[in-house]
Structure formats: C-alpha cells, structure tokens
Design a binder for this molecule. Structure first.
Ligand SMILES: C[S@@+](CC[C@H](N)C(=O)[O-])C[C@H]1O[C@@H](n2cnc3c(N)ncnc32)[C@H](O)[C@@H]1O
Length: 273
C-alpha cells in the first residue's frame, strides 16, 4: 500500500492536513532534541521527511522502513544529505544492536505496524540508557466538538481528496481513517510505553488532539529486559535489496543525551504520566 502512495505521499499529507503536518513535524523534532554527534533511529521513516528535519541539527539519522517504494523515494529525495542512511528494516525485528542509538522516533508509523507493542519494545532495546523514544501519531481529540467534524472529514472527505491527487491512494486513505479510528487514545498509548519499561512517560496533544506526541526515556541504569541479538533483516529475497549495513555501533562521539532535556509540554489532558 505504501509503495503505491510513495511518489505523492508528502504532497497528499500537506493537502489533507492543511499544512498542519509541518507544524507537527517541528514539534516532533523538538521533542527528539537532536544534536550534532547523536545517532537517531527514525523508524517507519517513509520518504525521510522527518529524518531530514533531524539532520538539520547535525544528528546522523538511520531512516528505517519496510516499504521499498518509500525507501526508493527517500533515497532519491535526500541523495545529497550525507547524514541520512536509508535502511530496510521491520519495526518488530530491528536489525540493530542493543543501545546503539541515542534516541528513536516514529512518526505516523506505529499505527501501521502489525505488532505496535513489539515495535515500542524494539525501540527501547536499541536506545541507550537515558535516551528517549518519541512517538507522533494520530490520536483522539478529547473534545466532542472537534471529534465529530473530524470523524466526518476522515470518513467522507479524506479518501476523496487523496484520490483526486493520486487515483491509487483513495483506498489507502480509507484504510488510514479506519486505522485512526481503531488506534488507542492518548492514555492507553502512554500505558504501552510504561509497559515497555520506559520512564517519565508524557504526552502532548497537537491540533486539539488530532495528533498526540508521546515520549518516554530508557532508564539510565537499568539493564535491558530480554536483551537479544539484532535480527537479520528479513527482507523478501526476491527484491534483491542491498543488505542492511552493520550498525555503526563503534562510531565515536555519540554524545550521551542530556538527562534533563526538555520534555514535551504537558497538555491539559496529558502530563507526566
Ligand atoms: C504513514 S507512513 C509514515 C512515514 C513517515 N514517518 C512520515 O512521517 O511521513 C507509515 C510508514 O510506516 C511503514 N511501516 C509500516 N509497518 C512497518 C514495519 N513493520 N516496519 C517498518 N516500517 C513499517 C510504512 O512502510 C510507511 O512508510
């Protein structure tokens, strides 16, 4: 499905969100707090738009996704950006060593992963102690005044508008709406992060809660639960893709993220959970 929408994916996003996606990306980038010397995992990175925003601060970003179409589009668009490396990876079985990233983030991807709790556990596994996991995802506007028109828009208008831009996209965006409706609300996702062993979990609502920005920190001292070897990337052999590169675990100067990095501002319905 994502292979089909990849060429006009970002344009469709801009139109469907009336440009709000750009503001959401700024908020997400700030929540990740990228800095020069950091190595960051952008999971389900798609065409690399969110990864590129992180590299603007000098961080090196591994943009991982399992859609060939999205990766190809991303490689084409960001060919000049030496700080992004596009890697084929399944979010539920990451081909990276434990503690090999300073932070991990996923934007509008977790909802699409068939086992999202496992993907959160994987992000926690690959992030160093003290590092953060940041999730931007569509969520549930707490106010019924916003929720009713938003649900009408998602059900009736969104697939039509997307279909007008890219005929093949109508079905994908029908799925998008259904997946948003089925996705857990803010509190439940925060509970998933805590279950995965993340601490100082908090979330912030963006645009009335249409999107929620969650974050949690890998405990500074605690050992990883069930530390395991990185999985070999199980990409279908027929696609003959270049092998996933060995994670650059030994790269120097990956600065430890500051323990007191600013948290997402707590929303009225969110807060330190
Ligand atoms: C809506 S797009 C988001 C792309 C990008 N993060 C952004 O903000 O524009 C969702 C992405 O999740 C990827 N995806 C879904 N399930 C995945 C999985 N199990 N492993 C890796 N990527 C996955 C899809 O291929 C797609 O590129």
């Amino acid at each position: 499905m994502f292979d089909e929408v990849s060429p006009r994916y970002d344009l469709i996003n801009d139109v469907l969100t009336v440009g709000n996606d750009r503001l959401w990306r700024i908020a997400t980038t700030r929540a990740v707090a990228p800095r020069e010397g950091m190595r960051i995992l952008d999971l389900a990175a798609g065409t690399g738009t969110s990864a590129a925003a992180l590299t603007a601060y000098g961080a090196r970003v591994v943009a991982a996704d399992f859609s060939e179409g999205m990766l190809a589009e991303g490689r084409k668009r960001h060919a000049q950006n030496e700080l992004i490396e596009f890697v084929w990876a399944d979010a539920t079985e990451l081909p990276f060593e434990d503690d090999s990233f300073d932070a991990a983030t996923i934007s509008y991807g977790l909802r699409n992963v068939n086992d999202p709790k496992r993907a959160i556990a994987e992000m926690r596994r690959v992030v160093k102690p003290g590092g953060r996991v940041v999730i931007a995802e569509f969520s549930r506007p707490p106010s019924p005044i916003v929720r009713a028109p938003y649900e009408f828009y998602g059900r009736h208008l969104l697939p039509r508008i997307a279909g007008a831009i890219n005929r093949d996209a109508a079905e994908a965006y029908r799925y998008l709406n259904e997946s948003i409706q089925a996705w857990p609300a803010q509190e439940e996702l925060a509970a998933w992060l805590r279950e995965a062993g993340l601490e100082r979990v908090a979330y912030r609502n963006l645009t009335f809660g249409i999107v929620a920005l969650h974050r949690g920190f890998v405990p500074a001292e605690a050992p990883k639960p069930a530390a395991k070897k990185p999985a070999a990337a199980k990409k279908p052999a027929a696609a003959a893709k270049p092998a996933v590169k060995k994670p650059a675990a030994a790269k120097p100067a990956a600065k430890k993220p500051a323990a007191k990095a600013p948290a997402p501002k707590n929303s009225s319905s969110g807060g330190e959970k």
